[in-house]
Design a protein around this ligand. Structure first.
Ligand code: NAD
Ligand code: UDP
Length: 324
């Protein structure tokens, strides 16, 4: 049997974090989930609380914490634009101080550490699809910069801990990922569209809907993260993880309405400042280094996500920011 590890998942009560915790527990590991519940809630991990190899700690990662662990996944950061712009200074602190605190822990414990970075480090990209050697076109002073520049600075810190101390790091650049347990009020495009269409409301399209994204189902993404952490060539990245199937936002809206069997009905709103026009991961490196490719199509993933949205009681989810 594979070695049982003590694994810390920071941001472990969030959408991706809670799925990651579950997968690691299923593999038999001891999992510690640290979260301040800023954009999540305890119900995401409630089903894990009875498991003897699971521990939940409410803690803000901008403050130091001392734990003894073998591996660290750093997922702590508000990820939806409405959430990370709600308190942009705190977002930057979470990326920077969180990385510093966790890199210090990894150094002290000789632990392996993975950073959940993002396609946003490419900004509004001038090359398409985006490869890992592209340096990006980020507006350093715009409303998205607290997130984009925070994530870029965290990558920089990870690389310096690698170069200076030989830390065993991993950097994953995650592209838009969706699925069950997304916060229904996070304002992200998939959760917004499904929630709006289920309740019979028109879908809000920002701009003319011609901007593109490439959507990855969460099971594929979690598989990629674990492969990156566990790869035995000590490949550190940065590496793109995402589904390369690219769709316009209007195509996504139409597909959601088709799957729900409702009439096409849209409201067009102003495009947010610095909203990237196109986004598609080049995943050749992930294919080569991790033997990883996403398996779930957008239609299949959306159907499963819709099933989850149908069964939840939306009134049990607190709108986390006044934005929606
Ligand atoms: P999420 O908002 O559901 O999860 C983030 C979690 O971090 C939440 O549980 C939140 O409460 C917690 N958190 C925030 N600030 C914290 C702090 N200071 N201390 C402790 N916990 C804190 O979002 P997600 O989609 O699950 O994203 C997880 C990670 O993956 C994020 O770092 C995000 O930037 C990255 N990512 C996600 C996507 C995506 O499409 N889902 C894309 C790119 C990158
Ligand atoms: N979007 C939209 N309507 C919504 C929410 C989002 O048209 O109700 C658009 C948004 O402008 C962006 C895309 O959908 O072009 C993806 O937005 P999201 O917030 O999910 O993530 P991003 O990739 O921009 O971080």
């Amino acid at each position: 049997m594979a070695k049982i590890k003590r694994i810390l998942v920071v941001g472990g009560a969030g959408f991706l974090g809670s799925h990651l915790c579950e997968k690691l527990l299923d593999a038999g590991h001891d999992v510690i989930c640290v979260d301040n519940f800023f954009t999540s809630q305890k119900s995401n991990v409630a089903s894990l609380l009875g498991r003897t190899n699971f521990e939940l700690i409410r803690h803000d990662i901008t403050l130091p914490i001392y734990l003894e662990v073998d591996e660290i996944y750093n997922l702590a950061c508000p990820a939806a634009p409405g959430h990370y712009q709600y308190n942009p200074i705190k977002t930057m602190k979470t990326s920077l101080l969180g990385a510093i605190n966790l890199l210090g822990m990894a150094k002290r414990c000789h632990a392996k550490i993975l950073q959940a970075s993002t396609s946003e480090i490419y900004g509004d990209p001038e090359i398409h699809p985006q490869t890992e050697n592209y340096r990006g076109a980020v507006n350093p002073i715009g409303p998205r910069s607290c997130y984009d520049e925070g994530k870029r600075a965290a990558e920089s810190l990870f690389m310096d801990y690698y170069r200076v101390y030989g830390l065993n790091i991993r950097i994953a650049r995650i592209f838009n990922t969706y699925g069950p347990k997304m916060h229904p009020f996070d304002g992200r495009v998939v959760s917004n569209f499904i929630r709006q269409a289920i309740s019979g409301n028109p879908i809000t399209i920002f701009g003319d809907g011609s901007q593109t994204r490439s959507f990855c189902y969460y099971t594929d993404l979690i598989d990629g993260l674990i492969r990156l952490m566990e790869n035995d060539q000590n490949f550190i990245g940065p590496i793109n993880l995402g589904n390369p199937d690219e769709f316009t936002i209007l195509e996504l809206a139409k597909l959601v309405q088709k799957l729900l069997g409702v009439q096409e009905n849209f409201i067009f709103k102003e495009l947010p400042v610095d909203d990237p026009c196109r986004r598609q991961p080049d995943i050749a490196l992930a294919r080569k280094k991790l033997n990883w490719i996403p398996k779930i199509s957008l239609e299949e993933g959306l159907s499963k996500t819709i099933q989850w949205f149908r069964q939840i009681d939306i009134s049990e989810f607190r709108p986390p920011t006044p934005n929606y």
